[in-house]
Design a protein around this ligand. Structure first.
Ligand SMILES: Cc1ncc(C[n+]2csc(CCOP(=O)(O)OP(=O)(O)O)c2C)c(N)n1
Ligand code: SF4
Length: 260
């Protein structure tokens, strides 16, 4: 019996063997892993193209053996659109932070969703601009400390958080929109299913799919990494409820075929 006979958890082959560049306790690493598992399980090595955005996932494509492109400052949905329209056989996807998607890229995501582009968006919402030092994001929680709201977010100064999933679900274009989280093992399992479904939605040609994933940013939340998952349960999920906000009938059919 070799040492490997007891191995029950390995890195998906489609992921590159490299150290993570994320801070301890960051949710982005889990998200990268879930995307890698979906790419692997759907056999997308030769077809997927990862569009990098801006923020801490700027070089997301360096974690996967698939092709990659860079489209910073919210433009990833436009580049994904162009790829999909020119080469419908390919499977473009983007991992976008909340600053990237809901702030500088708010226009792009709304119109890509409204047009029903057949692309897959993974929206990593950590309620802050992680990469640039933890400033207020469009998704920053009410009362939350950030580098630019040292007294906590108040509506008079900064307005209210934008719930992108609920907002985009009001449009006719999207086929699948869900919000999940990566703060507990049970939530990670649900997130895995949602990510895979978002890719399967594209593969079935059903339309725009977005999975918003609530993700820990301990360093900018100023919370110990081990306490960040509970912080999310206590503070973030009440303001960003988990669930599915748009599931077209074709996507519901795909769900019935879920392996797990
Ligand atoms: C001074 C300055 N303003 C704006 C930007 C653009 N920018 C790059 S990363 C970033 C924050 C991205 O945050 P988010 O998309 O939430 O991703 P995270 O790093 O939290 O994963 C911004 C605003 C910049 N680079 N420099
Ligand atoms: S700054 Fe936040 S989002 Fe960026 S790698 Fe660190 S923990 Fe993750």
């Amino acid at each position: 019996m070799s040492d490997y006979d007891n191995v029950i958890f390995t890195r998906p082959d489609i992921m590159v063997d490299r150290p993570t560049h994320f801070c301890p306790g960051c949710g982005h690493g889990i998200i990268q892993r879930l995307v890698g598992e979906a790419l692997q399980e759907l056999d997308l090595l030769e077809r997927a193209i990862c569009i990098g955005s801006i923020g801490c996932t700027v070089t997301a494509y360096e974690y996967f053996k698939v092709d990659g492109m860079e489209a910073p400052h919210g433009r990833a949905p436009c580049v994904a659109t162009a790829i999909k329209r020119c080469r419908p056989d390919l499977v473009p996807f983007a991992i976008q932070g909340d600053g990237d998607l809901a702030s500088i890229g708010a226009g792009e995501i709304v119109h890509a969703a409204a047009r029903g582009e057949k692309i897959t968006i993974i929206f990593a919402n950590n309620a802050t601009y992680g990469m640039t030092g933890g400033q207020l994001a469009p998704t920053t929680l009410m009362g939350m400390y950030t580098a630019s709201t040292p007294g906590g977010r108040i509506a008079e100064q900064s307005g209210y958080p934008i719930r992108m999933s609920e907002m985009l679900a009001t449009l006719d274009g999207p086929a699948y929109i869900a919000r999940v989280a990566v703060n507990t093992p049970a939530n990670v399992r649900k997130a895995k299913k949602a990510v895979e479904l978002a890719f399967r939605t594209q593969l079935a040609g059903l339309g725009f799919a977005m999975v918003e994933i609530l993700s820990m940013c301990p360093i900018n939340w100023r919370v110990e990494p081990v306490k960040a998952p509970q912080w999310m349960t206590d503070n973030m999920i009440p303001q960003f409820p988990l669930g599915e906000f748009k599931v077209l009938p074709g996507v519901a059919e795909l769900k019935k075929g879920d392996r797990s």
